[in-house]
Design a protein around this ligand. Sequence first.
Ligand code: NDP
Length: 330
Amino acid sequence: NKVILLKKRPEGKPSLNDFEFTEEEKPQPKDGELLLKTKYVSVDPYLRGRMRDEKSYISPFEVGKPLESGIIAEVIESNNKNFQKGDFVNGMLQWKQFQTSNGNGLNKVDGGKAPLKAYLGILGLTGITAYLGLKKIGKLEKGETLLVSGAAGAVGSVVGQIGKIKGCRVVGIAGSEEKIDRIQEKFGFDAAINYKTTDNMKKAIAEACPDGVDVYFDNVGGEILDAALMNMNKYGRVINCGAISTYNDTERPTGPRVETTLIKNSILMQGFTVRDFVKDFGPAQKRLAQWMEEDKLTYMETVVEGFENIPQAFIDLFDGKNKGKMIVVV
Ligand code: NDP
């Protein structure tokens, strides 16, 4: 039974040397327990935060212990009346090929309704993050301009599509020509900016958003956030969802240093973690599924094969190698 441990806390960008592969005996489920076989593993930018020894909304990983993330697993054996052999479950599980669980925190997923992988992406926490971040903080209105960074990623690509469903002008920021073409062609973004080839992001945003920005959904933080803030309209809303551009920083970044624009324009800027809204997950998932059924919402995935490639797939998020949700199939 293969297991992936955190070997040491990464300094800067994570590397394969920060992970350790080991083998353990395949576990046996006790009374009330299930034996699970890992099928699909979600790798996510926030896992980088858990690799730091830092207090946060979720406990840090321990050195020498298995890593964990959102996983879809198959029930191979069940000594728990709530689950049957052959069920598929979704939950926060360890990076192991096989593991036991008492079933707490696991949700059954129905592969007949949507591909199982979708429960890690568009119908899972990333889709729900996009939907609830926009709804609870963005309070997006028809006709407004929505700007989103990380726009070709799992969360960002859903944010942009919801903006189009709501009748907004949607502008995306992403890191390659292929990505900016894709989000316009596949997801209907009105305009897109390649931040890697743009010297002046403030100006590029102003050009792509001739009526200014009403809602900025920020997935990346740093200089792109600064540039977006300088383009906000009166009573604009800034949703701090993520700050991937700073996750590997070894010193805590300063900024944003453009607070006078917040003051002058009465901007609301609010961070959140999707778990703040747990009680809204059910309705959010239903709404996303309904839009998918109506062909208003679609998604991209980058699927990597092989248990041993989980760490590399995670590292690749920081090089933008994914389009849409990054998933490892085991
Ligand atoms: P993505 O699918 O968007 O993958 C990460 C993407 O980030 C990459 O593809 C890359 O795209 C971009 N990126 C990497 N480095 C940089 C950089 N230095 N500057 C700008 N962009 C960069 O991941 P998710 O959709 O899963 O997550 C997006 C963000 O949302 C993350 O910051 C994450 O932490 C956050 N998040 C927050 C949640 C919450 O509850 N608040 C829940 C889920 C996610 P590119 O090629 O465009 O550079």
